[in-house]
Design a protein around this ligand. Structure first.
Ligand code: HEC
Length: 121
């Protein structure tokens, strides 16, 4: 009985610890995220993330430094990167980037914040 309880405890702790890693970019390596960003995202979003890359589209490329973007939850940004935005030039990255790489690039996006750092995770 005691062993069973221990197993249940360990399993539930694993769940508690594993769950947030898919929801938050905190803890992911923004340095790795930067090289992903430079290689894949900067041509549209610009080196500084201001949406002033060499390629132009309609609707325009998002300025990732704005509060409108930075105030979104990590989970929302990661979903946008994972799935892309319908009917825009923002493509689906899930076939190119692993979940971990999406977390890393999201951690890097947080360093582009132009305004006051969002208090949300
Ligand atoms: C081919 C050009 C292009 C590339 C490459 C690109 N994006 Fe985008 N991205 C866009 C456009 C255009 C939008 C605006 C979509 C819209 O209007 O909804 C956008 C929107 C976004 C958003 C949503 C911003 C918001 O308003 O919430 C995020 C986050 C984002 N891009 C991240 C990335 C990341 C990270 C990469 C690299 C892995 C990347 N993008 C590569 C064109 C691009």
């Amino acid at each position: 009985m005691k062993a069973k309880a221990m197993v249940l405890f360990v399993l539930s702790m694993l769940l508690v610890c594993a769950a947030p890693s898919g929801l938050y970019a905190a803890g992911a390596d923004p340095g790795k995220g930067q090289s992903i960003y430079t290689n894949l995202c900067a041509r549209c979003h610009g080196v500084e993330g201001k949406g002033n890359g060499v390629m132009k589209f309609t609707p325009p490329v998002a300025d990732l430094t704005l509060p409108a973007v930075q105030n979104k939850l990590d989970a929302t940004l990661m979903k946008e990167i994972h799935d892309g935005r319908k009917n825009t030039a923002m493509g689906t990255w899930k076939f190119v980037l692993s979940d971990e790489e999406i977390r890393e690039v999201t951690a890097y996006l947080r360093t582009l914040n132009s305004g006051v750092r969002s208090s949300r995770p």
